[in-house]
Write a protein that binds this ligand. Sequence first.
Ligand SMILES: C[S@@+](CC[C@H](N)C(=O)[O-])C[C@H]1O[C@@H](n2cnc3c(N)ncnc32)[C@H](O)[C@@H]1O
Length: 230
Amino acid sequence: MSRPALRRALKRAGLATQPKEPRCQGPRSRGVTPPPRVSLPGEAESGSHADLPTLFGREAPVEVEIGTGKGRFLFAEAQAHPERNYLGIEIEPDYVRIAQVKIARLGLSNLRIEWLDGREFVKLRLAPASVAAIHVYFSDPWPKMRHHKRRVFQPDFVAAAARALGEGGLFKAASDHEEYWKAITSLMDSCPALERLRPEEIAGWETGTDYEKKFLLAQKEIGKGIWRRR
Ligand SMILES: C[S@@+](CC[C@H](N)C(=O)[O-])C[C@H]1O[C@@H](n2cnc3c(N)ncnc32)[C@H](O)[C@@H]1O
């Protein structure tokens, strides 16, 4: 979403634009990078595994989406499957504020969308075999080589995500960026804990996200894959 569109969305949700957090003093290169956000609301400390049943107030299979954007996918899933819990993780706080207003308006008790760094949250906070599915759709490709380290998909992220999935759990991913999709599939395919579903098993599957809708309209090629925890 462009900045003006985001400002309009904030206004529609009855939210004020927040002033930017002040930068550290001195040249940017000497500023101190804040630690990644990995704590859920109400947590006293974030060193332990995330307590997902407490977050939702009940035990139920949990699905996690990283990079929810405007949340189209999760709102549809949470309404279609009230018996499951959905945790959306988004690094852009304004998207999160808008989504949280909508969750409250719809009274969705099985959906949380939180302002966190999804890559670090999966690596540091998800307990082994604690989630039923992980979704990462149209993750920012950071095309310049020197920015690849900012990508969500890294070997340690993939290993942690595989560990967090329960047996038979699914990791679902999509990208419109050819080179990033190659890197994603190479990382995922080389993870020994995961097996990729055959193309015929996922034929006709659509993620239902905003980006997918946009790319389908533009007839842009999309890479999509589902991996299952062995
Ligand atoms: C290209 S958008 C795709 C949004 C949505 N998944 C879709 O398909 O419509 C990527 C989203 O991922 C978010 N994002 C990027 N890095 C992230 C991270 N480390 N943790 C959580 N969200 C992240 C961005 O803020 C953005 O909303």
